[in-house]
Design a protein around this ligand. Sequence first.
Ligand code: PRX
Length: 645
Amino acid sequence: MPGPLTSYADFYQHSIDQPDAFWTEQAKLIDWFAPFTRVCNNDKPPFAHWFEGGKTNLCHNAVDRHLATRGDQAALIYVSSETGIEKTYSFKELHLEVQRMAASLKAMGVVQGDRVLIYMPMIAEAAFAMLACARIGAIHCVVFGGFASGSLASRIDDASPKVIVSADAGSRGGKVVAYKPLLDEAIRLSSHKPEAVLLVDRALAPMDMTPGRDLLWADLRAKYMQAQVPCEALDSTAISYTIYTSGTTGKPKGVQRDTGGYAVALAASMKHIFDGQPGETYFSTSDIGWVVGHSYIIYGPLIAGMASIMYEGLPTQGMDGQPNGGVWWSLVEKYKVTAMFSAPTAVRVLKKQDPAYLKKYDLSSLRALFLAGEPLDEPTARWISEGLNVPIIDNYWQTETGWPLITLMSGSTNGVERKTPKFGSPGVPMYGYRVKILHESTGEELTRPNEKGVVVIEGPTPPGFMQTIWKDDARFVNTYWKSVPGKMVYNTFDWGIRDEDGYYFILGRTDDVINVAGHRLGTREIEESISGHAMVAEVAVVGVADALKGQVAMAFVVPKDAAALTDASAAFKLEGEIMKRVDGDLGAVARPSRVRFVSVLPKTRSGKLLRRAIQAVCEGRDAGDLTTMDDPAALEQIRDRVKLG
Ligand code: PRX
C-alpha cells in the first residue's frame, strides 16, 4: 500500500490500478494456515480465483482466532421475541457449541466437500451448523425458513445434501410454523434423499421422526459435549457455501462462494465500509436464509471480532410477545450496538410506530445505520436519519456479489474520509469493483452523467464475489456474462444512472426479479406454481410498487373455465386456491397480493408476454411502445381489473 490514502478516489483507484498490492494488504486482515502464491488467477475469464495456494478456514477466522484475545467476550447474542429467549455465547462458548455440531456432522458421515442443507429458523443452532460446516470443509446450503416444500425440494435436488439440519418449527408474530412436515414433504418430493436429518427440538411443534434417518441435536450434543474438532486447512478456492437466489428462469441458481476470497472480502468490508471494531456489537436484522445473514450476521462481524446479534421475531414485538415498536432500539441500548444493518422495508414498518420509541432508549452507541436490499426512498431515509441522528448508509449489492458494490466507505479507522451521502443514491463504487453503465441493446458504455443504462461490472471480479453457479459453469457464463451485446461483463440486471459527481442511482431490475419487503423473488417461479393449478390456462406475474413492501406480486390469470371471469364468487374461490397453492409450493413470502382474471394476456405478435407493459398499467404509468402488441384489448382488460382494486 502506498502512503496513507485519505481520499476515496485515491483509495479506489489504487485498488483498480494495483489490485495485487491492494488485496495482498487486505489479506493480512485474516489468518492464513499457508500463504497464497498468487493473488488473482484470471487466466480463464470470467472465473477469477483468489489467493491461490493459500490455506485458511472461515470458522477459524470467525471463532478460534479470537479465543486467545477475547475468548470471554460476547460473540453471538441470540434474542428471540418469539420465545422470549435471550442468550449470549462468548467466543469460548461458541467454539464449544460449533465443535459439538461439527462432531455430530462428522458422526453422520459428513466429510469435506459434502453438502449440508440447513433449513432453520433464526436460532443459535443455525449459526453453529453454518460455522461447523465451515470448520470441517462441508459446503452449507442454507434455505430460507419461509420457503415451503416445493422450493425446498428443488433445492434439495440441486444441492444433493448428505445431511439436512432443521428444527421442529419457526415462529412469526407468535404463530408457530411447523417446519418438520414441510421438510418431510420436500424430501418426499425430491429425487435426492439425504442420508440423515439432524433436528433441533424447540418444543414448539410435534415431530414425526423417521427411524434410521432422523436424529435429535440434543442427543448428539450430549454425546459430543467434550468434542475437539480442529479447523481443516482449506484451499482458499474451496467452496464454502451455496445460496439459492432467483433469476429470470424458474430454476433457482445456487450462487457459489469460495473460502479465502470471501473471508478477506468480509474482513475488508468490516473495516472500510461498516466500521466494525473488535469488542463492539453489530446488529443485522436480516435472516440467515439470505446473503445478508451469511455475510453480516454470521461471518463478517465474527471475523472482525465483534459480537453479533441474531434476532428472531418481528421488529414490532417485545420480548414478552406483546406489540412493541421499540424492541430493536432496546437491543441497541442494552448491547451498545455500534453498527446496525437493516432493510428499508423494516424502517417503513417502524415508521408507522409511535415516534416516542426512538426517544425512549439511549442510542448513543450507534455510529451508523446501514440499509440494503431495495431502493431507499427519501421520506424513509429522512425519517430514520432525523430519528437516530446518525448517518444512514444505503448500500447496494446482490446475493452474487456477497458484499456491497456501491456504497460509501466508513472512514473511521482507515483514514479515508466518508463522502457526503446523497438521498436516493447508495453512493460510489467500492474498491475492487469496476462498475460501468452500458446501453441495454448496443452494449455501448454510457459516460455522460444521468444516462440510464444497465449496471455492469468488468472482470476480474473482486474477492468474495460468486465463483460460479453450483454445478453449472455454462449457466453462470451465459446468464451473467453474455447478456450485454459484444461485451463480456457481469450484468447486475439493474438499471442505473451515474450523476455528475460519480454517485450512482439504482432504478430497479431489468429482468423478471421482484423485491418484496427486501425478499428477492423470481416472477417466473411464482408463475410456474400458479400454472400448476388445474384451472389455470395461462398466467403472468408482475411486481407492482407498494408503499410499505417496496413491491408486491400481482398475478393475472387466464382461467380454463370462464366462470371466474364473470362470477365474483367463483373468482374469489379460485383466487384463494391459487394463493394457497403458492403458499404450499413456495411459501407465503411469494404469495401474490392479488390474483385477477382476464380472458387474454397482452403479448407481442411473436407470443412474448409484455410484462413491462402490464406492470406499467398496474402502476398507472404509460405502457410505452405497444406497436408489437398482438391484441390491444388485452391491456385494456388489465387496466379494468386493476381499477377494481
Ligand atoms: O435490484 C437490486 C436490489 O436487490 C437486488 C439484489 O437482491 P439480493 O440478491 O437479495 O441481495 C440483497 C443484498 C443486499 C439488486 O439486484 N437492491 C439491493 N440493494 C439495493 C437494491 N436496490 C436499490 N438500492 C439498494 N441499496
